[in-house]
Write a protein that binds this ligand. Structure first.
Ligand SMILES: NC(=O)c1ccc[n+]([C@@H]2O[C@H](COP(=O)([O-])OP(=O)(O)OC[C@H]3O[C@@H](n4cnc5c(N)ncnc54)[C@H](O)[C@@H]3O)[C@@H](O)[C@H]2O)c1
Length: 371
């Protein structure tokens, strides 16, 4: 691990992504794409994989990012802005679109707070981004079609949380499962606005014959995910890098499957280009379904060898009173639809992905967002 550094691993990831998306990126060549929420975790790879492809090709893909920087401006965005590599617009997607918006051929709508800790702090803003913000973008697609400047592909980021807490007979969970979700609990601002967002997408696709597609990500992790985001892998990594015990807020029994970001990004671009209009696709991995305790132990083992970490795991009640309310016990996708229809085939295993993530956190601790 000490021989590797985050720069080389990011380059390897970007090469892996672009090598796995030859047709998809070719479809984007010479086109304009808008990525909302492009300054976030998934934005880091969505943007940088296109910039990597652009370095190797003449028929450039033009990118615009809209983001309101609700949690600060990450340094990598500041750097890219200074290099004039892409257009970055400070725009809150819950507000009407800028009047000078370009004719865009592709749109990815990722703007939404995604961390449970933060969407509970900003519930109204979270709902607005997934409903009103989405609606502005869908209306834009409708107008562009009427103007004979059609949008060729639109991707809405939904979430695996739309399934809520599935009973065991619905795990692994296929897209046809309808969910077991509270509409009033502390997570509902996120889950229910994503569900309504999907309904908007399906009906705009049908009514106006628009190429609107939906993805349901299952727990992505990796470089670019802020260490203070309060999702579980950055939380455990933060304890490791601070050389203190790993604090677990649950009893360690809930399970998840974790998909390394490079594999997930391949899935998202496949849904954008090859997905069927009005259809939703699970993107994640089916195995291993791992408990939070086993995940923490795995991280301890990797960090012991590579960072000389000596800590252990301790259970502590969360200071957030709603931390575990409606927290799903198990989450594991069925990804047959994306495999069969899109050729999606995630390959990076959990040990390797966690190792890369720890390297990135080790090397990028100074990359705190600035306000
Ligand atoms: N990462 C995952 O595992 C995961 C899982 C399920 C769903 N998703 C969805 O994918 C999308 C991206 O997730 P992420 O992990 O990159 O999250 P993130 O929080 O790292 O990034 C989201 C970005 O959206 C921006 N944003 C929030 N509200 C906005 C608004 N009103 N206007 C403009 N920008 C706004 C934020 O500033 C941030 O840069 C989200 O829609 C999220 O719900 C992600």
């Amino acid at each position: 691990m000490d021989n590797e550094n985050s720069e080389s691993l990011i380059t390897n990831d970007l090469e892996y992504i672009t090598n796995n998306l030859p047709e998809e990126f070719q479809a984007l060549a010479n086109k304009k794409i808008l990525i909302t929420g492009g300054a976030g975790f998934l934005g880091y790879y969505l943007v940088n994989s296109i910039l990597y492809w652009n370095k190797l090709h003449h028929n450039q893909i033009k990118i615009t990012v809209y983001d309101n920087f609700i949690r600060g401006i990450p340094q990598w965005i500041v750097d890219l802005k200074e290099e004039n590599k892409l257009e970055i617009v400070k725009h809150d997607i819950t507000q009407p679109l800028p009047e000078n918006i370009d004719d865009l051929q592709y749109i990815i709508h990722g703007a939404s707070i995604a961390s449970p800790t933060y969407y509970r702090l900003y519930p109204i803003e979270t709902m607005d981004a997934n409903v009103n913000g989405l609606r502005f973008l869908l209306e834009y697609c409708k107008r562009q079609k009427e103007k004979n400047q059609p949008v060729e592909g639109f991707l809405f980021y939904s979430t695996s949380e739309i399934y809520g807490d599935p009973q065991s007979e619905n795990i692994p969970t296929p897209e046809t499962y309808r969910g077991n979700v509270s509409c009033t609990g502390p997570r509902a601002c996120y889950d229910e606005s994503k569900r309504y967002g999907e309904t908007l997408c399906v009906n705009f696709a049908k009514e106006y014959d628009l190429p609107i597609k939906i993805t349901r990500p299952f727990n992505n992790y990796g470089p670019g995910l802020r260490i203070d985001d309060r999702r579980v892998i950055p939380d455990f990594s933060r304890d490791i890098l601070a050389d203190r015990d790993i604090v677990m807020f649950s009893d360690g029994s809930p399970t998840r499957t974790f998909c390394y970001v490079a594999d997930a990004i391949i899935g998202y671009y496949k849904v954008l280009i090859k997905g069927r209009p009005g259809e939703a696709y699970n993107i994640g991995v089916e195995k291993p379904e791992i408990s939070m305790r086993d995940l923490a132990e795995k991280l301890v083992d990797i960090a012991k060898i590579t960072l000389g970490y000596q800590g252990k795991i301790v259970n502590v009640a969360s200071p957030e009173k709603d931390y575990l309310v409606d927290n799903p016990n198990r989450r594991c996708p069925m990804i047959t639809k994306a495999k069969q229809e899109l050729g999606y085939e995630p390959k990076i295993d959990l040990n390797e992905g966690l190792k890369r993530t720890l390297i990135w956190y080790r090397d990028n601790r100074q990359l705190e967002a600035t306000r």
